[in-house]
Ligand binder design. Structure first.
Ligand code: URA
Length: 440
């Protein structure tokens, strides 16, 4: 087999055989196929796409290019959750404890922040002492004992994706549906769960800005999961405004704890309950309505909060900050952003809100940057809220006084004001399963 012929086949709009896809992924991962030939094939895929079967095979080969985690040492159906990334997206910190409290084990590997979006692992590290790097046997033991564990990626997960993603990044081939879907799902398949719930964000803070594009990505990922023997459901959720009020690591943990205590923001609580219900549904805990009730009970009874405490203790974290979130180390500088006019907030450019938080120190501007765990933004007002001139619309937290003007400018630029109250936004816009797309 020759890479030249594989490139020509796809360039001419052909369908790649399973053997051709395996040849490409094996050869590229072990260094036998050079970057220039891989780039040519990626560009041919960008122009001509891949059908569902090709995409599923590509994903399987990418997953198998490294470790395939075997979770069979943990009894029960294991359900993973993946978010395509957003601003203020702290759902894992709420959902994992809810699902565990309903008797479904959660053995989850999460990522760090990327660009304007935060990452669960950075958030967990804001809990003093919390270990995100745990040996595999101990990870399994924590799940068996506490019911849940969330750790950083360990081992050699989907190395083909790592190499291909770096190449796509510099060859203008990131935004190809089969390449995005296979990249995300290769890591999910390798992580070993039996079923997967995908939270595909849509809107100004998301990778996919329109509902139709988000549904297309969700369908591609659901098809990959199902064709590879994992039951998969996707919810399309709103990222046209940040989720909850807090953006920034310890600020988001505090908001998650408030949610588990029953007094979190309504949008965050609702999205978490819906995602958790779908995870319980895939774990065969009942109908979707029954699962929604189970999730609600786990929250209102305090059982989910107990699960978060158990995980924090098991992973060496200081549980006193969970019991009293005012004990988190506090940012030395706080600043209030005031509304420049009277009226309603009609839109928030969510990506800019994320960038403001990064500027304050809550994210990395380059790979080597350290994160300031107490930095970030709390949005006091959000889309739909009425404001008066001079009223506080956001609070900024930082150790970098010099970053305040830039963060304030970004936030004010991000917000649109108007005399007219906007129609409320839907939180969950669609549910995609292998059989249907339900739009809400
Ligand atoms: N996230 C990924 O992991 N891969 C992509 O291609 C895009 C987003």
């Amino acid at each position: 087999m020759r890479m030249y012929d594989i490139i020509m086949n796809k360039r001419n709009g052909g369908v790649l055989s399973d053997e051709e896809i395996a040849f490409f992924i094996d050869g590229y991962t072990n260094g036998h196929i050079p970057d220039y030939q891989a780039s040519a094939l990626l560009m041919a895929i960008w122009f001509n796409g891949m059908n569902e079967h090709e995409t599923a095979v590509l994903t399987d080969c990418m997953a198998r290019s490294g470790d395939m985690v075997d979770l069979s040492a943990i009894p029960g159906i294991k359900v993973d959750k993946h978010s395509t990334g957003g601003v203020g997206d702290k759902t894992t910190l709420v959902i994992a404890p809810i699902v565990a409290a309903c008797g479904v084990p959660v053995a989850k590997m999460s990522g760090r922040g990327l660009g304007h979006t935060g990452g669960t692992i950075d958030k967990l590290e804001s809990i003093p002492g919390f270990r995100v790097s745990v040996e595999r046997e101990q990870f399994f033991q924590i799940v068996r004992d506490a019911g849940l564990s969330v750790i950083g990626q360990t081992g050699n997960i989907a190395p083909a994706d790592k190499k291909l993603y770096a190449l796509r990044d510099v060859t203008a081939t990131v935004d190809s549906l089969p390449l995005i879907a296979s990249s995300i799902m290769s890591k999910k398949l390798a992580a070993g769960s039996n079923a997967i719930v995908l939270d595909v964000k849509t809107g100004s803070g998301a990778f996919m800005k329109t509902l139709d594009d988000s549904i297309g990505l969700a369908q591609a990922m659901v098809s990959i999961g199902e064709r590879n023997g994992r039951r998969t459901i996707a919810l399309i959720t709103d990222m046209d405004l940040p989720l909850g009020h807090a953006i920034g690591n310890s600020l988001e943990v505090a908001e998650s704890v408030a949610t588990l205590k029953g007094h979190g923001p309504a949008d965050l609580t609702e999205v978490c309950l819906q995602l958790a219900a779908n995870m319980l549904y895939l774990a065969d805990k009942g109908t979707l309505d029954e699962c929604r009730r189970l999730a609600g009970d786990a929250l209102s009874s305090g059982a989910a909060l107990e699960k978060l405490r158990a995980m924090v203790i098991a992973q060496g974290g200081d549980v006193s900050v969970i019991d009293d979130t005012s004990k988190f180390p506090q940012a030395p500088v706080t600043y209030e952003v005031k509304s420049p006019s009277d009226g309603y907030i009609t839109h928030m450019e969510t990506e800019k809100c994320g960038i403001a938080s990064v500027a304050l120190g809550a994210g990395r501007e380059s790979k080597e940057d350290d994160i300031d765990m107490s930095a970030g933004v709390v949005l006091v007002k959000k889309t739909g809220d009425k404001v008066t001139r001079g009223e506080t619309i956001a609070r900024l937290y930082t150790a970098k006084q010099s970053a305040l003007p830039e963060a304030e400018r970004l936030l004010l630029d991000a917000i649109t004001f108007s005399d007219k109250q906007p129609a409320p936004e839907k939180l969950i816009l669609a549910r995609v399963s292998k059989d249907s797309v339900e739009r809400f």
